[in-house]
Design a protein. Structure first.
Length: 278
């Protein structure tokens, strides 16, 4: 699959690779010192229909990720970044690879993924609505704004988590976040604040393959609690992508990209392009 690389992506990934060779900690190096990734501003508002063709060439993307690539990244930790080989899987078969896309239109954040998977697993024997990480799911973690303080889902930390279940259950779009008084608030993303679509087997090759496309309203989510003294896009943020792939495992497999877990000090710096830069 050919993927256009948004130009800053190559520069930032090179910085991360260089940083890994000279630093002992992502917290003190990769997440803090590299140039921020820029999320492009779209000229038009795309339809949310499971087809990224309207906007993916204008989005931030740095190509396809799989476990081999994650292992070569500065945020790789074997206890967190792992995939599960289910007893029903064909030995040596490709497990999970995906390309991710980010953009915004001044009001909404767009998050997309084109995914090749060998098993679609959205069942959880101990199901709770908040247990998206025990199912096939993709989550976008964002600190808004970035403050340079190591925190775990306190005020300003957000995770927008989408279960790859074509039936779109009421827990299919989940929001983990914090407030000034409480950490790890768990709730569905309010319906007016989110729209998403899932297209299964989009290339006619494998029933478990999918394209995900989501849109999140910024003002009712990320902007909550932020100071109003400057425009939203004038702030700096940080982010991480978590891709869950249990394949029948009790806790299952995960790819963590651009960060090392809930500690927001390990997430990669990010900015939103604004009209003056477009």
């Amino acid at each position: 699959m050919l993927t256009r690389l948004y130009p800053p992506a190559l520069h930032v990934l090179w910085q991360l690779m260089l940083c890994t060779s000279t630093c002992f900690s992502l917290t003190s190096c990769a997440a803090q010192d590299v140039e921020a990734i820029v999320i492009p501003l779209l000229d038009k508002t795309p339809a949310i229909d499971g087809d990224l063709g309207e906007w993916k060439l204008d989005a931030f993307s740095d190509g396809e990720w799989d476990m081999a690539r994650v292992k070569a990244s500065p945020w790789y930790e074997p206890k967190r970044n792992r995939l599960v080989v289910d007893s029903n899987e064909v030995p040596g078969a490709a497990d999970l690879r995906a390309a991710y896309y980010l953009a915004w239109d001044g009001h909404h954040l767009y998050f997309g993924a084109e995914v090749h998977d060998n098993v679609n697993d959205v069942m959880d024997a101990k199901h709770e609505p908040k247990r998206w990480y025990y199912k096939d799911a993709i989550a976008l973690f964002i600190e808004a704004p970035r403050d340079g303080v190591a925190e775990k889902f306190e005020e300003g930390d957000h995770a927008f988590c989408f279960v790859m279940d074509n039936s779109k259950p009421d827990y299919g779009a989940w929001w983990r976040h914090g407030s000034a008084t409480e950490a790890y608030i768990e709730e569905p993303i309010p319906t007016p604040s989110v729209d998403y679509a899932l297209q299964m087997n989009p290339w006619g090759e494998n029933p478990a393959d999918y394209i995900f496309e989501g849109r999140i309203d910024v003002s009712s989510t990320l902007a909550l609690g932020m100071e109003k003294s400057k425009a939203f896009a004038e702030n700096e943020f940080s982010f991480m992508i978590v891709h869950c792939d249990p394949d029948g495992g009790e806790y299952g497999g995960h790819l963590l990209i651009y960060g090392k877990g809930d500690n927001d000090a390990t997430w990669t710096r990010m900015k939103f392009e604004h009209a003056g830069q477009h």
